[in-house]
Structures are given as C-alpha cells and as structure tokens.
Write a protein that binds this ligand. Sequence first.
Ligand code: ATP
Length: 356
Amino acid sequence: MLKTVAVIEGDDAAPEAMRPVVEFLGSLNIGLEFVYPVVGEAAEAATGDIFPAEAREMIDRADTTFFGSTSGKSGAALTYLRWGKGTFANVRPCVHLPGCASPLANPEGIDFAIVRENLEDLYVGCEGPLGDLAPLNLSGRTIRRPVHDLGEGRYAIKAITRAGTERIVRFAFDLARSRRRQDPSRSPKVTCATKHNMLRGSDGFFLEVAQEVAADNADVEFESFIVDDFACRLIREPQRLDVVVMPNLYGDILSDAAGGLLGSLGLAPSGCYGDDYAYFEPAHGTAPDIAGRNIINPTAALLSATMMLDHLGFEREARRIEDAVQRVYADGRALTPDQGGEASTTTFCDAVVAAL
Ligand code: ATP
C-alpha cells in the first residue's frame, strides 16, 4: 500500500543529508510517495506566510513527516509537528556501531534509548520579565530567594503535568518491553533522571508520578538518579542503560551528550511519536559550519529513516538498511570526516547502497 511521506529538508547543511536519504528511500521501490510542503523563508517569499495552510494540510494528509533540522523560519513547521500534532515522545536511540569513532575506550555494547518528554517542561515557551510576576505575590511560595527581591530579570515557566508525565513514563515502559521482545537477551529497565533534590515541586512531581507508573509495571526494572549523577553514569557506564526517561530539557541536552559518546551528533537518529501522528528527524542541528561542503554525516538521517520505515510497517527494509550501515562502519573505508574518514556524504551513501 502506498505511504505518503511529507519531506521538509531543513536549513544549512541539513538538506545535504536529507536529499540523498530520500533518494535512497525512493530507490527501494516499496511504495513510498514523497511530498514537499513549502515552509519557512521559501513559503514566506511565495505566500507571505512562513507556515501556509497548504503546507499544514500536506503534513496532515501524509502518513508521516521526515524533517531535517531547522535554524530559520521553518521552525514554525516544527512547532506544528510537535505541539500541533501532539508528538509527546521523542525517542533517541543510542547504539554503538563497531567502527565508529567513539571517544570512549570501550564503547562496545552501548545500546539504549532516551525517551525525552517533548511538549512540556521549560519548552512550554512561557517567559517574560520578572516584574510581571509581582501581582501574583509569590513570596509565600519561594523557599530560597524571594522573587520580588530579584530585581530586573526574566523568568521561564517549567510545567510538569500529571497527564504528560504519566504518558511519557508509560511510553518508556512499553518501549522497554518492545526492545525485550526484539532481543530476549535484554533485561528491560527504565531509568529516570530528574533534579528532584533541588526542584522538589516540579521534578519531584515528575519522579513521584514515574514511581507510581513503575509500580503498575513491575515486570520492568525501574531506577532513578539525580540528573547530574546520571550525566556522570552516562559517560562511565552507558552499557548499563536500556531506556532512559527524562523531562524535556534534560532529554534535549543529554541526548546530544549521548551522541557525543557514540562519536558524532551525525550518528544520532530520532523519532517523535504522538497518539495518532509521528515524525522523524536526525537529533543533530543544521551544522551551519559545514554547509555546502557535502561532508555532513547522513547516518543520523538514514537511521531516522529506518525508524520511520518501522513506523510505516516496513520492518524488513529497516533491518536491511541498518545492517548495510553497520557494514559500512565495520569496513571503515567510506566514513565522513566527523568519523575520521575522508569520504563525502555522497560516497558514504553510495557505500550504503552497495552494502545493501
Ligand atoms: P541545534 O541548536 O539545532 O541543536 P547545534 O547548535 O547544537 O544545533 P549542530 O548543528 O547539531 O549544533 O552542530 C554541532 C556540531 O556538530 C557542529 O560542529 C556540526 O558541524 C557538527 N555536526 C552536527 N551534525 C553533524 C553531522 N550530521 N555530520 C557531521 N557533523 C555534524
């Protein structure tokens, strides 16, 4: 059955990774159709609107969206894909590929997934001057420096809801079980990281709800760490992790750290899942410093595409592509500069096609 993928290539170097991957997906002849919503600066020039209704309708009609990173006005489309489509779970698998240039002496066996809450926390986007808070008379609610004494400055709201926390933690437990089904040798475990010792009312609440959900999912091990301690464990013993669940900001920061552990942001894929829509994007940014040089590592885009194929029901093709990528890394002759190689993006993609 024909599946429609809306493609938004993104900005700076992102299209250089996205284009060959979309071309490659098309060459598989498995019934994928690609449509290209026009968003950002190009849409503004044509219609005066950075996210016109036509683009939104294309995304709505498509089975999924494949999104390159954005630095400019195409961010409006990203806002729609996250908050408009309710894609609350950002899944970022971190798997060591033998042959990749990890900074760790022993990266073998790293295989975990970060589940980042994608819609709440500090990303609700409510910020403003501290003076605006004066009428709320928060003096009785502050346990450290009273807000009215802070002088000129800004605030940001960190929102942790019961419903949002329950659904992300349940998602993490379901993912741990499904990873176990794929590989029965795995011991399913969910690790939660929060700053509950300092932020008792917000992160403490996230942890409390996570513990309640854990009690309903006793077939899966549960552990929790203070996020700074977790950051240290992430570097020292990443092989102990299976599924990690975190509020939005920590998940954003620590998944880039996890990408660094593997050897490059260019290796880190991601998928964002809601109840009735999902979209897929490499975890890295637009890499403006290497734009126009055809050296961006397309592995993150390729592996995001395999997550997308899984979502669309093409599991066999997804595994074949993952195997081909693994073979290219094990072979080591067609790696991009971030991996210590000299290959261009095109050469890397050609090697994956050959390995397939
Ligand atoms: P954002 O704020 O959108 O997350 P960022 O400012 O964190 O973006 P990135 O665009 O992710 O930055 O890039 C950080 C560094 O990693 C840059 O030096 C960039 O060239 C490099 N980088 C990112 N993605 C890749 C990739 N796919 N291949 C090679 N290098 C990459």
